[in-house]
Design a protein around this ligand. Sequence first.
Ligand code: NAP
Length: 521
Amino acid sequence: MDAKQGHGCSVGARHSGIAVPIVDLRAPLPEQLRVAIAAGAELVELRVDLIGDARAAAGLLAAHPDQPFIVTLRRADQGGAWTGGEGERLALLREMRPRRGYVDVELASWDAWRRAAADEPATSVTQKTIASHHDLRGTPADLDGLFAALHATGAGAVKAVFTPRDATDALRILAALRASARRRPTIALGMGAAGLATRVLARKFGALLTFAALDPQAASAPGQPTIAELRSLYRWDTITPATAVYGVVGWPIEHSRSPHVHNAGFEAGRDDAVYLPLPVAPAQADFDAFMDYVSGHAWLDVRGLSVTLPHKEHALRWLEARAHDVSDAARRSGSVNTLTRTPAGWRGDDTDGAGAVAALLTDADLARRGLRGVHAAILGAGGAARAVAAALTDAGARVTIFNRDAARAAALAARLGGASATWEARAGCDADILVNCTPVGMHPQIDEAPIDLAAGSAFAVVLDTVYNPRETRLLREARRSGRRVISGVDMFINQAGAQQRLWLNRKIDAGVLRRALDASA
Ligand code: NAP
């Protein structure tokens, strides 16, 4: 599309643009415009309903006739702040049409908009208008029907914004975007954390634009990334239709640092790939629905996934139920933290256990002695404990599992041929190595340690799998009492590097991943 097509805005001719919303008068509007353009905005959306000063907005439009704008006066029932009359709103929108760009008119107001401008040729009204729809409650089953109604307006561009429940809805929105964008400039986005994939992958699937805020306070919708996040963390400028998609599946997942680490790895390796947080609701059925959708839509180009709480066991069950490949390590630990798309289907691996063993072997004494015959005490019997215990057993170590729920500890020990003991017995254990596989020490329990290390001379080496904070209370106390400590950061970097090796089949620079994790703190 280009200006000759009538809407007067060339953004989207070569690639999708970034539209930065201006939502208030924190700084004079010309100053905000200047900052937005300097940050990389190709369009600026003037949210006149939020700015609350139509005269100032009109002044900005008049002073910058060559700048593409979107002028929006959103009604409260569509998520905006306009509470005045509809006639007044449409008249104001008509007056404020930018020379380049669009006004945004909701589908529900479309007929009134056409009537309000009945004295003008139909195309001059429709071509510079975005027909929009905002669903503040969910993502309807019939997206095709909604897009058909938007297209039927004849608008120069169409926009639909939804409230996805989780990443499966986000992928459905991307499917609708892909189909619509072939016919007409299209914006299709999901709000909230679950919508992030629609915002970042807008460019891959040919959207007219995506929205990004100058800073978190200036976001015009929940879940809108900042322009800095979009361009530096998700490498927006490098995304093409061929870009491979990776991500981390969990619930909740917004605070995961895996996107920082993996995207930095892709950047260093010059991979045409992007890595996203993909929140998938917590039940097995939710995970199955997500994976079945991903598997059934190869054009999404999802090539690999990290899997975290609560889906590591769900991933194993999904792979087994659909007869996909499962590595020995994953089968033994009973959990899958890595999914890789292969020509034959999917393969599940576990890189947590090997990541922990590699971290332990950074200790010079353990590296020299090896792990064979070493006695390791493991606190916890969840996913991390299963992976670490299986890998240590495979390396020849003798493991004892301590867990609050003693039956879980006993079941894990029985599976691996190790021992278990009550949670209360942990402090009296005389193992060489202690591995904390509980979340104690992590937010919100950062002031707690899972064991009192003051007594006894056991546990010469302590590994805490908690990696945020980097130095937990357990590690501080272990160091203070003369023990050698290994941070969960080492395990995290090892497992992330192993995931990238599985996906990309090349050497990974762990230093790059580590620096990215440090910088994201
Ligand atoms: P999980 O499957 O939910 O298991 C949690 C385990 O911790 C359970 O055995 C649970 O005992 C125990 N637990 C929870 N709260 C406790 C408390 N207040 N006191 C004592 N025990 C408690 O979780 P997970 O996936 O194994 O994750 C555990 C930790 O490992 C997390 O902190 C995670 O960040 C870390 N991790 C780190 C990496 C890395 O790369 N560094 C990788 C994976 C996991 P019950 O069975 O009695 O409930």
